[in-house]
Design a binder for this molecule. Sequence first.
Ligand code: NAD
Length: 496
Amino acid sequence: MRTVHHWIGGKATTGESTRTGPVWNPATGEQQAEVPLASAADVDAAVRSAAAAFETWSQSSLSQRTKILFEFRRLVADNMQRLAEMISDEHGKVVSDARGEVQRGLEVVEFACGIPQLLKGEYSDQVSTGVDLFSFREPLGVCAGITPFNFPVMVPMWMHPIAIACGNTFVLKPSERDPSPSEFVAQLWAEAGLPDGVFNVVHGDKEAVDALLDHSGVAAVSFVGSTPIARYIHQRASAAGKRVQALGGAKNHAVVLPDASIDHVSDHLVAAAFGSAGERCMAISAAVTVGPGTSADELVAAVSEKARKTKVGPGRDPSSEMGPVITAAARDRIVGLIGSGQEQGATLAVDGRGITVPGHENGFFVGPTVIDHVSRDMDVYREEIFGPVLSVVRADTVDDAIALINANPYGNGTAIFTSSGEAARRFQRGVKVGMIGINVPIPVPMAYYSFGGWKDSLFGERHIHGPEGVSFYTRAKVVTSRWPRVDASFHFPTAT
Ligand code: NAD
C-alpha cells in the first residue's frame, strides 16, 4: 500500500502520529493509498519549521522571491499532465477537467509573480513642512490553509503562492481524501528553490485542523470547504486572535429567461451541473425558469436529453465526460437526497441512481439527474447536494427569481441567461450573491480579481486571491517622517 507523506521543513515524513486514513480510487472503489493523520505534535513541528523559516524568508528581497515564483510557475506548467492525472486518480474527475483546474491554479501563481507591483506602497511628499508620509505592507508570519477535496491543486493555489510571495510562510492541511497532489506541489516548490520550511504540508482530519486553529504560532487561517466547518473555523480561529477567511458551501442558481436560446442554455446547464460530477462550489445546482410553463417544459426536455447522453466513466478514460463522486458515503448521500425529492413531490425527469459503469462496477458513480417541479421547502433544494443533480424551480417573473435567490442562505455564485441587457442589469444589481454570470454559467473570476461569496458562503471580510488575497496576507504600516527635526510642542500635531 502506497503511503502519502507530510512535508515538513523541506522533507517528506510520516510524522509521529500512528493514525492513518484510506485514500480511495473512486473509479474502482478500491483503496489505493494510506494517508497519515497528523497529531497536534506533528502540526507543532510544521508550524515551528514555518516560524523559523519566516525569520529569513520575510527578509528576502522581492527579486529573490520573484525568481522562485517564476521557476515554480514553470515547473507547475511543465508538470500539468502529471498533476492532472494525480488529481483524477484520487478525486475521480476526468483528466481534461483536472488540467483545467491546474491551469486556474497556475493563473494565481502568475498573478503572484507580479508581487513587486502588488506590494507597492503609497507616498505623500511634504504633508506638512519637512514631513513625508508613506505606507507599505508587511507579511503576517505563519499562514495556514485548510482546503476541500474538490479542487486539490487549485484551491490551495488560491492561497499559498500569494501568501509566500508576500513574505509569509505556509502550512497547508489539504483534504485527507485526495492528499497526494499536495506532496508533489511541495516537491515542486523545493525544486524551484524555495527555502526549507517556507511551504509545509500536514495531512489530517479534525485533530490536525484544531491544532492549527489553536496554535499560537499561526497568524492567519484561510479555509475553503463546507458551510458548517467554515463557520466553526471562523469562530474558533477568530477567538484565538487570528485573521480568518473561511469560504463555505453553495447553492448556485441559473435563471433562464424565455428569450434565451434553449439549445445554448441546455448545453451550458448540463456542463455546469454535471461537470466534475457536480462537485464544484460554483456548479449550477438549481435552474430557475422564468415565464410560462411551456418554455420550462421545453428546457427540461432539452436538458434531460443531454443529461442522458452524458458519458459517465473513469476519469482516466479520455471518452468520459463525467467521473465518479469522491466516496461511497458521498454517493449514498446523493442517492438518498434524490429519493427524498421524489418522496416530497418533485418529478424525476432523469434518474441517475443505480448506474453501473462496465468494468468499474464498484466505482462510486451516480449518473446525471434532473429533478423538475422542485419547491423551496424540499430537501433537494435546501441542502447542498454536491453531486450531479440539477433541480428545476419554476418562477413567474425575474423579480420572483431574484427573491428566491435572495431568500437562500448561500450567496456564492449565480447566473442569468437572457438576451435582454435590461433584465441582466436588473439581476446583477438585485441579487445578494458574490459572483454573477451573465450568459456565463460558472462565473469564477480570473486570478487578478478576488473570489468569494456572500452570506453563508463566506465568513470573514476578505475574499480570496487577487487584490484581496494580497491584503489578507499582509498588514499595513504607515510612517510619518520629518527631516530636519524641529522642537516639540504640547498641542496636538496639525499640518503647517
Ligand atoms: P469539508 O468542509 O468536509 O472539508 C474541508 C476541510 O475541512 C478538509 O480539509 C477537512 O479535513 C476539514 N474538516 C472536515 N471536517 C472537519 C471538522 N469537523 N473540524 C475541522 N476540520 C474539518 O468540505 P469538503 O467535503 O472537503 O468539500 C466540499 C465543500 O467545500 C462543499 O461544501 C463546497 O461547496 C465547498 N467548497 C467551497 C468553495 C468556495 O469557494 N466557497 C470552493 C470549493 C469547495
